[in-house]
Structures are given as structure tokens and as C-alpha cells.
Design a binder for this molecule. Structure first.
Ligand code: GAR
Length: 211
């Protein structure tokens, strides 16, 4: 069984997609052991509670910087057994200590096709605003391992979505979530739980057969 901690900051629709897939029996080897929220009023908390998943609130605003906040996250996660950390709409940059502690065991979903529209400052609706401003015709989402370089870790899965003439940042965000994020995040977790994901340098190899 792969014990997963999901870190959230907001609405939690990506968390919901994972919960739905678990419910459907799509990833029998995955167990969500905790949902950790950086905000006490995140709607994601309600979603977790509905499934009786333990919720831990560690408010970012209680800490002076990301380093001390990350330390609190590590301390909590070491008190439970966590094999994989999933950042699902988690809006803070984790410390080097956190990333070293969970090396190749942290995945993030980013609402763009990395290396486009990513890095510091690109979160939430912003990548969609920038994509429309730039005039790209294809956008999408990426699931990647988290390294010290913001949004720069090895890419596990990506999915493209076409931009429509009439798109607004909001309509694009919605379609990228529905068509890309909510599919590739659960898929990446499932592949990891099956032992099919191997990091080789900056590349990820996905084996066809279950180990
Ligand atoms: C999602 O689009 C996610 O990709 C993005 O925030 C949204 C959270 O939605 N994450 C980032 O921008 C992180 N850099 P959710 O709370 O409904 O899953």
C-alpha cells in the first residue's frame, strides 16, 4: 500500500479527483493517510472530511517563512507514515530540507505545459492569463516530481488542451482542470503505486509492466 499525504491550500478539486478515483477502485494500492491544509478555511478540508480522511491544518500564516512552515510539515508527516507527498493546489514553495527529506517522493500538479508558464509567481489562474496574453494555441497540465528548482523537476505526465477563440482565463482554467489535471494527477499516483515510475536524471521512465 502506498501511503499518501495530500497537501492543499484551496478548493481541492484535484483532491476530489483523487478521492473519486480511489472510490471507483482505480488505484487499489493507494491510501490517503492525511490531507494537510495550509489554510483553515480551505474547501478541500470539507471534501476530505466527507471521506473520513484525517485532516491536519498547519496554517502558513502561523510561520514567519517557508522554512519554518516546511519544518512543521515535516514534523507532522514524520509522526505518520508517508510514502508519497502530493501537492494538489498547494500554493507555497517547500524548503530544501523538505525536498531532501522526501526526495523523488513529492509530486506536484501544475496548470501549464512545463517549461511554459511556470516557475515562481505562476500559480492558480496566472498561467492561464499569461497563456492567453501570449496567444498560444495549446495549453495543458503537468505532473512532475518536486526538486529545488521551482516547477523544474522530472516530468511524469503531461496532457494538452486546445485554446478556443472565446476562452477567458477562467474558462481555460476550468477546461485544463477537467480535461487534464483531474486525469493525469490520479494516473501519476496510480503509476507510482504500481512501482512503474523511475527517475533517471531529469527524465522519468514509465514501464509498461507492473513491477
Ligand atoms: C489547480 O489548477 C492547480 O494546478 C493549481 O492551482 C489549482 C488548485 O485547484 N496549482 C498551482 O498553481 C500550483 N503551482 P484545486 O485546489 O481545486 O485542486
Amino acid at each position: 500500500m502506498l501511503n499518501v499525504a495530500v497537501l492543499v491550500s484551496g478548493g481541492g478539486t484535484n483532491l476530489q479527483a483523487i478521492l473519486d478515483k480511489i472510490q471507483e477502485g482505480y488505484m487499489p494500492e493507494v491510501k490517503i493517510v492525511s490531507v494537510i491544509s495550509s489554510k483553515s478555511d480551505a474547501y478541500a478540508i470539507k471534501r476530505a472530511e466527507k471521506y473520513n480522511i484525517p485532516v491536519k491544518i498547519i496554517p502558513r500564516r502561523d510561520y514567519g517563512d517557508n522554512r519554518s512552515f516546511s519544518r512543521a510539515l515535516i514534523e507532522y508527516m514524520q509522526s505518520i507514515k508517508v510514502d508519497l507527498v502530493v501537492l494538489a493546489g498547494f500554493m507555497y514553495i517547500l524548503s530544501e530540507e523538505f525536498i531532501d527529506t522526501y526526495k523523488n517522493r513529492i509530486v506536484n500538479v501544475h496548470p501549464a505545459l512545463i517549461p511554459a508558464f511556470c516557475g515562481e509567481g505562476y500559480y492558480g489562474i496566472i498561467p492561464h492569463e499569461k497563456a492567453l496574453e501570449y496567444g498560444v494555441k495549446v495549453v495543458g497540465a503537468t505532473v512532475h516530481f518536486v526538486t529545488k528548482e521551482c516547477d523544474g523537476g522530472p516530468i511524469i505526465l503531461q496532457k494538452a488542451v486546445y485554446v478556443k477563440e472565446e476562452d477567458t482565463p477562467e474558462s481555460l482554467q476550468k477546461r485544463v482542470m477537467e480535461e487534464a489535471e483531474w486525469n493525469i494527477l490520479p494516473e501519476a499516483i496510480k503509476l507510482i503505486s504500481e512501482g512503474r515510475v523511475k527517475v533517471e536524471g531529469r527524465k522519468v521512465r514509465i514501464s509498461q509492466t507492473v513491477n
